[in-house]
Design a protein around this ligand. Structure first.
Ligand code: AKB
Length: 317
């Protein structure tokens, strides 16, 4: 039987890149991208799905004989605070719909992303362990901490093979993030390449765990490819890429753009960042399925600047 993958939330920062990787891996006709709206210029099969509607997910699963689901749709940390109850409803309803459709249709594997937002003041801020106490301070974090436990519940109760990673802030040149606290770390590169000043919404010494897009996509695929017996952690895996503060990434950018200027005007997102780890212990992922990051701050910065320069030269042409 062919693997047929449904990606929910395919237009997001991660989804748009992950879909391409999955198309290369499984074939363009075996990947169904879905989101609330179609995307201009998308190549491949696309279905409009509002994941709060279980019947609609069921229709698509039946039509395409889907065997794996990646559920990437969620409202993130900063945006989620605008309307906490609605964020809870959307994040939880979409998750339950995916888990239920997966269970009822004997879906082979489900990917459910969690986040470093599950951690709060109860966890060590340096090298935060996988099994640290979880007291999230945002509704997004609460929904993910709860979702991880539901993932484990569906595995233990129904044998549904749900796999999960706690994503750090994701940095990539291919797409833009939206509604997160770590978004500054993508925006800052765009402003540098455009020759503009960046107004940073976090303090200059606010260190957070981040990861380069290539690493995070590889981690996701490697986890999904790992033998079932290797996956001992059924809540979610910490993965570390690189930890840095706004002033550290600025220093790296200044090596290429010595005139680049950053102003610091911390806003409500600083409070969110203050609750999160500064660095992550990812030994469970390393030991259980062989996770290993490749990109450090220097390599990431080089690639970001190189690729964004190409992008903006094409936009301007
Ligand atoms: C956010 O900032 O909300 C996300 C995340 C760390 O999950 N990027």
């Amino acid at each position: 039987m062919d693997t047929v993958v449904l990606v929910i939330g395919a237009n997001g920062q991660l989804g748009s890149v992950l879909v391409q990787t999955l198309q290369e891996k499984f074939g363009i006709d075996n990947v169904i991208a879905s989101d609330l709206r179609t995307k201009d210029g998308y190549t491949g099969i696309f279905e409009i799905i509002d994941a709060t509607n279980l019947e609609r997910i069921q229709d698509v699963v039946t039509t395409y004989k889907v065997t794996q689901i990646y559920h990437l749709a969620a409202i993130l940390s900063a945006k989620g605070e605008e309307n906490p109850l609605q964020t809870w409803d959307i994040n939880m309803k979409t998750m339950f719909n995916v888990f239920e459709v997966a269970r009822l249709n004997n879906i082979e594997k489900v990917f459910y992303p969690s986040s470093i937002a599950v951690f709060g003041d109860g966890a060590d801020k340096e090298s935060t362990p996988n099994d640290a106490y979880l007291d999230p301070a945002t509704v997004y974090g609460i929904s993910k901490a709860s979702g991880e436990n539901w993932a484990q519940y569906y595995f233990l109760r129904y044998g549904l093979d749900v796999r999960s990673i706690r994503y750090p802030g994701v940095i990539g040149y291919q797409s833009l993030p939206g509604g997160g606290t770590t978004d500054y770390a993508v925006d800052i590169y765009h402003k540098a390449v455009l020759g503009e000043t960046y107004d940073c919404f976090l303090k200059e010494d606010s260190t957070l765990p981040m990861i380069f897009m290539e690493d995070v996509i590889r981690a996701t695929i490697e986890l999904m490819d790992a033998p079932k017996e290797a996956i001992k952690t059924r809540t979610s895996y910490n993965i570390a890429g690189v930890s840095f503060s706004p002033s550290e990434v600025t220093a790296e950018i200044l090596k290429t753009y010595p005139d680049f200027k950053v102003n610091y005007t911390p806003d409500f997102r600083q409070k969110i960042a203050d609750k999160w780890p500064k660095s992550i212990d990812d030994s469970f992922a390393k030991t259980e399925w062989g996770w290993k990051p490749k990109y450090d701050l220097e390599a990431m910065t080089k690639t970001m600047i190189q690729e964004l320069k190409i992008y903006y030269s094409q936009v301007e042409a």
